[in-house]
Structure formats: structure tokens, C-alpha cells
Design a protein around this ligand. Structure first.
Ligand code: C2E
Ligand code: MG
Ligand code: MG
Ligand code: MG
Length: 280
């Protein structure tokens, strides 16, 4: 492989890495067209209250219907969009689309609409000088009350940007809530709770997977509900896949859960049924 041979010495060639770089470049080029040709759409996953199983909120998750690759998942293209900066435009579209949808559910479903929509924001968006201004403009344009919006950020995204804390404070000042996503997987999870204006902790699936087993992860899941209660934060358990997990989480004190057991992300609201109520 000519490009990898220097001075007659064969350098280590990693075909997997090379394919990844190529895919990264191709997806990056396709993102622009994707935005122009409306290839993105949102799906919504219920966040439910225990023990009654009522959908109190939904998390908005983006999908890409690529003309050649088919459905592409965000883990494969969000990092690419972050890298080339298109996340700012894509993120603004995601926010507007999600708020428009939430406003329309409120109009059509009234009391039966979820109370909030939770929208993910990436590191690059947080370091935009006027991200809070974008949020304010979208709320004004869609007529969605600020209390009906949650912005989800990861600890890593907050740490990666010097301006993130200021941005979060400005968003919170609008009356929008802030959730720390994938909580416990970043660098200084507990440290961040001293400085960041956080309302909601989303406890990462990697801890929730182990509840009910003798494990360090289960101990941490138990400790985090205490931390949340004492700091007056709302804890949400992420990635709940079984009824047994839900029972155990309820026993530990979790009152809000999200995961395939309660509903997968879908293009429309699945009106919650009672089959996910915990047995009394
Ligand atoms: P996240 O924000 O932590 O979202 C939760 C992810 O876990 C979603 O994957 C969801 O489909 C998945 N999930 C939910 N319940 C379960 C479960 O019970 N089991 C399993 N195995 N998975 C579950 P998804 O939609 O593929 O998104 C992956 C990540 O991509 C998100 O993690 C978020 O970091 C990012 N992402 C998704 N949509 C957006 C977006 O609109 N904007 C930005 N900036 N990032 C997004
Ligand atoms: Mg999230
Ligand atoms: Mg999450
Ligand atoms: Mg997660």
C-alpha cells in the first residue's frame, strides 16, 4: 500500500482504521446534502414515572435516512458532524423540530401530552457563543413554554468547552431544565454537580444494567439515587430493559426510568398503556 510505505519501510497498516477514516470522510460530505434534502428525522422515546408507568417526558433522538446506506445511527454521524461543524446547523434543526413536535402534542393531546421534551446538545453546540439565544428563539417561534424543554448534555461536553457553564446558566435562566446525560461515565461526575446548574441526572445504562446483582455498578446506582435526593435533583435510570430491573430500581428509590422495556424510540408517541405498571 504505497501511501503507507516510507523510506522503504513497511509501516503498520490497519485496514479497519483506514475504512473508518474513509467512511468518516464520506459521511461528512453527505451530511450537507442530507440537511439540504431533509434526510434527517426525529424519533421519541418515553421517559416514564414509576410505579404507574405514565409517560412524563420523551427524549428526542435523531436518525438519518441515507439514500444509499439506509438508516444511519447517531453514534456513527454525530461525531462526524461535530468534527466538521455541521452539528451546529443540524443541532438547531433538531431543537426546532423537537419543540415544534412537542407544541403540537400539547395542542392535540392536552393533559395527555407528555410534560417535557428532552433534546440532546453536543459539545460544539455548547461552545457556540449564542446557543442560549438559539434556544430562546426556537421557544419563541414554536410557542413552547420553557418548562416543557430539557437540554441534555454530557459531562464530557461540559468539560470540553470553556464557555459551556455560562451557556448552561443562560439556558437555565430561560426556565429550561438541564440534564446531565450518561452520568457517571465522564471524568469528574460528582465535581460537576458543585458547579453546573443541573436539574436532572440520567444515570448511565452501564450502572443500570447491573442493579440487583452484587456488583460495584449496583452500589453506584444505589448511591446516585441518594446523591440525587439530597441535592434535590431528579434521577432518571437509562436503558431499563426488563421488568425485574424496573422493580429493583423502584425499590432503590428511582421514580423515573427510560429504556426498551418501557418503549423504544419511535417517530410518533406511543400513548402509554398500563402494562408497564409495577405490580403493587
Ligand atoms: P443518549 O442521549 O444517551 O440516548 C440514549 C440512547 O440509548 C439512544 O440511542 C437510545 O435509543 C438508546 N436506548 C434507550 N433505551 C435503551 C435500552 O433499553 N437498551 C439499549 N441497548 N439502548 C437503549 P441512539 O438513539 O442510538 O443515540 C445514541 C447517542 O447518540 C445518544 O445517547 C446521544 O449521545 C447521541 N444522539 C442521539 N440523538 C442525538 C441528537 O439529536 N443530538 C445529539 N447531539 N446527539 C444525539
Ligand atoms: Mg440523551
Ligand atoms: Mg443518555
Ligand atoms: Mg447513555
Amino acid at each position: 500500500y504505497a501511501a503507507k510505505v516510507t523510506g522503504g519501510r513497511q509501516l503498520h497498516y490497519d485496514a479497519g482504521l483506514d475504512a473508518k477514516a474513509t467512511e468518516h470522510a464520506e459521511l461528512g460530505a453527505d451530511l450537507r446534502t442530507g440537511l439540504d434534502e431533509s434526510q434527517f428525522f426525529m424519533v421519541y422515546q418515553p421517559i416514564v414515572a414509576l410505579p404507574d408507568g405514565e409517560t412524563v417526558a420523551v427524549e428526542a433522538l435523531v436518525r438519518w435516512q441515507h439514500p444509499l446506506r439506509g438508516l444511519v445511527n447517531p453514534v456513527d454521524f454525530i461525531p462526524v458532524a461535530e468534527h466538521n461543524g455541521l452539528i451546529v446547523e443540524l443541532g438547531a434543526w433538531i431543537l426546532r423540530e423537537s419543540c415544534t413536535r412537542m407544541a403540537s402534542w400539547r395542542a392535540t393531546l392536552g393533559e395527555r401530552a407528555p410534560q417535557r421534551v428532552s433534546v440532546n446538545a453536543s459539545a460544539r453546540q455548547l461552545s457556540e457563543p449564542d446557543f442560549a439565544g438559539t434556544v430562546a428563539a426556537v421557544l419563541a417561534d414554536t410557542g413552547l413554554p420553557p418548562r416543557c424543554l430539557v437540554i441534555e448534555v454530557t459531562e464530557t461536553a461540559v468539560f470540553d468547552s470553556d464557555t459551556a457553564l455560562g451557556t448552561l446558566r443562560a439556558i437555565k435562566a430561560l426556565g429550561v431544565r438541564i440534564a446531565l446525560d450518561d452520568f457517571g461515565t465522564g471524568h469528574s461526575s460528582l465535581g460537576l454537580l458543585q458547579t453546573a446548574p443541573v436539574d436532572i441526572l440520567k444515570v448511565d445504562k452501564s450502572f443500570i444494567d447491573h442493579v440487583g446483582t452484587p456488583s460495584r455498578q449496583a452500589v453506584i446506582a444505589r448511591a446516585l439515587i441518594d446523591v440525587s435526593n439530597h441535592l434535590e435533583l431528579t434521577a432518571i435510570a437509562e436503558g431499563v430493559e426488563t421488568a425485574a430491573q424496573a422493580e429493583e430500581l423502584y425499590r432503590l428509590g428511582y421514580r423515573f426510568v427510560q429504556g426498551y422495556h418501557f418503549g423504544r424510540p419511535a417517530p410518533d408517541l406511543a400513548i402509554s398503556d398500563s402494562q408497564h405498571q409495577l405490580a403493587a
